[in-house]
Design a protein around this ligand. Structure first.
Ligand code: NAD
Length: 475
């Protein structure tokens, strides 16, 4: 007889592994199946985020930032060094170690929480059964499930015009492992991945050109922040070409020739390496959707409602494989919601307060509405903006590019959106998320004591600015 579980989770990324642990905490018997392999070819938990996404890219951002500072900024602090050199192999080894440590940590958490974990490919079968083919080989095994959670994530999207050979032309995974700093790096797509990985290699010495199909830079961000970011990144030396439609890419000997078209005609440009970062697509490949009758939406995502229920009873889906932003923290919260509701709780995800972060330098982070969204919804709103250049901590750090901006309802004073471009904006945004989660007004933030000197004071000052009460700037 097939072994039975209360919950079978497909995928051990931030959606699946978190849900599996929470379900085990709630007393469920849980099986989590994951097909991910690490760089060493061995099974590795953690999904895209941990193995080839958020974590390794942040490790490289950190290394490249240190390198850049050592070369360009230490002298401002009176520090003299010898020639600063980059050992790319050592940087990559450190990155791999960070990934490996965290992935191993998930195995420990699974063991401690008594989650059964199998390295294998899962396939849905009729009658609440899941067939698992082990990565290690051997015959497939079938399990019975009272509930199933699909958390199979996403895969890089490619474009027909650009063949990926894994050496000269790579996707975001390949761009984490260039063995040497490419002299001329092309990036197709100036979205989150393009900007983050473009920044890494730029700081390490590559000349970077980003070819972006759209005419608007960072359309999801607030316009004022997107404009400021475009100026700052261009000043840093990133060559961002908007309205650039890539027509062809010809891989030569150790280089690639890219043809693109923009408003002033066709252009050909040669790169030593090219990264394709044009978005990601839901990973539904191995699910057997047709046979079990699982409904997908028009974009190929598993169709779900607000509570992440699919069209099939007791089968749920969360994270990148469903609608909404492809963000690890959104995925985790959805996973927790699903298992808590299975356990009889009334948990919901507040999709209005999902923070966004782009890990460039300075970082960009936001939560809630942009001005564009408020204008199109015809909301009466007020604005408070405070520049980093007037903040003591930012000046002491020597990092004064950026601003903090608060948008609030003109009548009720309730905060509707917070937009930050600043060093560690990823940390600063947490205050704004909490404020919005608690339905705070700008007055609540105005009357909250912010430690001095700190970057968080820019949020305080932006809240004051929304009522014309700014103290440390007169603009
Ligand atoms: P994205 O959607 O952020 O950006 C892709 C960009 O490529 C878009 O600007 C798009 O206009 C452009 N593009 C598409 N086709 C093109 C073409 N043919 N030629 C030129 N440009 C083209 O996607 P991404 O950067 O690939 O990231 C994928 C997903 O991963 C996103 O959903 C993102 O939210 C997520 N992610 C998040 C983070 C983070 O939160 N910091 C980091 C990395 C990835």
């Amino acid at each position: 007889m097939a072994q039975a579980f209360d919950l079978v989770v497909l995928g051990a990324g931030p959606a699946g592994y978190v849900a599996a642990i929470r379900a085990a905490q709630l007393g469920m018997r849980v099986l989590c199946v994951d097909a991910g392999l690490g760089k060493d070819g061995k099974p590795s938990l953690g999904g895209t985020c941990l193995n080839v996404g958020c974590i390794p890219s942040k490790a490289l951002l950190e290394s490249s930032e240190h390198f850049h500072r050592a070369r360009a900024e230490l002298k401002d602090h009176g520090i003299t060094t010898g020639e600063v050199r980059m050992d790319v192999a050592a940087m990559l080894a450190r990155k791999d170690q960070v990934v490996h440590g965290l992935a191993a940590g998930i195995s420990v958490l699974f063991a401690k929480n008594k989650v059964t974990s199998i390295a294998g490919t899962a396939r849905l079968q009729a009658g609440m059964r899941v067939e698992v083919t082990p990565l290690a080989g051997g015959s497939a095994e079938t399990f019975e499930a009272r509930h199933i959670l699909i958390a199979t994530g996403s895969l890089p999207r490619d474009i027909d015009a650009v063949p990926i050979d894994g050496k000269v032309v790579v996707d975001s995974t390949g761009a984490l492992d260039f063995p040497a700093v490419p002299e001329r790096l092309g990036v197709i797509g100036a979205g989150v991945i393009g900007l983050e990985l473009g920044s890494v290699w730029h700081r390490l010495g590559s000349q970077v050109v980003l070819l972006e199909a759209m005419d608007t830079f960072l359309p999801g961000a607030d316009e004022q922040i997107a404009d400021a970011a475009m100026k700052e990144m261009s000043r840093q030396g990133l060559d961002i070409r908007l309205g650039a439609r890539v027509l062809a890419a010809k891989i030569g000997h150790d280089s690639v020739e890219v043809t693109y078209e923009n408003h002033d005609g066709k252009h050909v440009i040669e790169f030593s390496r090219l990264v394709v970062a044009v978005g990601r697509k839901p990973n539904t490949q191995a699910l057997n959707v047709n046979e079990v009758g699982l409904l997908l939406d028009e974009r190929g995502n598993v169709h779900v409602d607000d509570l992440c229920r699919t069209n099939l009873p007791n089968i749920f889906a969360v994270g990148d494989v469903v609608r909404g932003p492809m963000l690890a923290h959104k995925a985790s919260e959805e996973g927790v919601m699903v298992v808590e509701r299975i356990a009889g709780q009334t948990t919901r995800v507040n999709y209005d307060t999902v923070p966004w972060i782009i890990y460039t330098s300075p970082e960009i982070a936001w939560v809630g509405k942009t001005e564009r969204q408020l204008r199109s919804a015809a909301r009466d709103y007020k604005i408070g903006v405070f520049p980093l250049s007037a903040n003591g901590r930012a000046r002491a750090m020597g990092q004064t590019m950026g601003l903090t901006k608060i948008l609030a309802d003109q009548h009720s004073d309730r905060i509707l959106g917070v937009h930050i471009m600043a060093p560690m904006a990823s940390e600063m945004i947490a205050e704004a998320v909490l404020a919005m989660e608690l339905g705070a007004s700008t007055e609540d933030v105005q009357r909250t004591i912010h430690a001095h000197p700190s970057l968080a004071e820019t949020t305080h000052e932006a809240a004051l600015a929304a009522d014309g009460r700014m103290l440390n700037f007169h603009g």
